[in-house]
Design a protein. Structure first.
Length: 113
């Protein structure tokens, strides 16, 4: 978060201020669970429902990511809730804006459940 690595153990918590670039991962082979709270929540639940639907339906690659084409419409829909760390948002938005009409023509939705 913000260029610093934080290692959290069971029971630990970490507050991530709005607008601070961050990502998280599990280095262990063991299953990990997190409880996350979003303030304001906006429509973040819709984003995660969509993402987990991709996972359930085998739509993620070996890195756990959907294709840019498939993700273009959801990322524009949920742009106020979540953004990936790289590349900068202006670049992402331009790419998603170009891809979204193609995704729509192919029948890809803005959201999945």
């Amino acid at each position: 978060m913000g260029g610093k690595t934080h290692i959290l153990m069971p029971g630990d918590s970490l507050e991530i201020p709005a607008g601070v670039a961050h990502y998280f991962w599990n280095e262990s082979a063991e299953e990990a669970h997190t409880i996350q709270r979003f303030y304001p929540a906006l429509e973040i639940d819709g984003f995660f429902k969509c993402y987990f639907a991709f996972a359930r339906n085998g739509m993620l690659n070996s890195k756990g990511l959907p294709s840019l084409l498939r993700m273009s419409r959801p990322m524009l829909k949920y742009q106020n809730e979540i953004r990936t760390v790289n590349p900068p948002w202006a670049v992402q938005k331009a790419v998603f804006t170009v891809l979204a009409p193609v995704a729509e023509m192919l029948g890809y939705k803005k959201t999945y459940e």
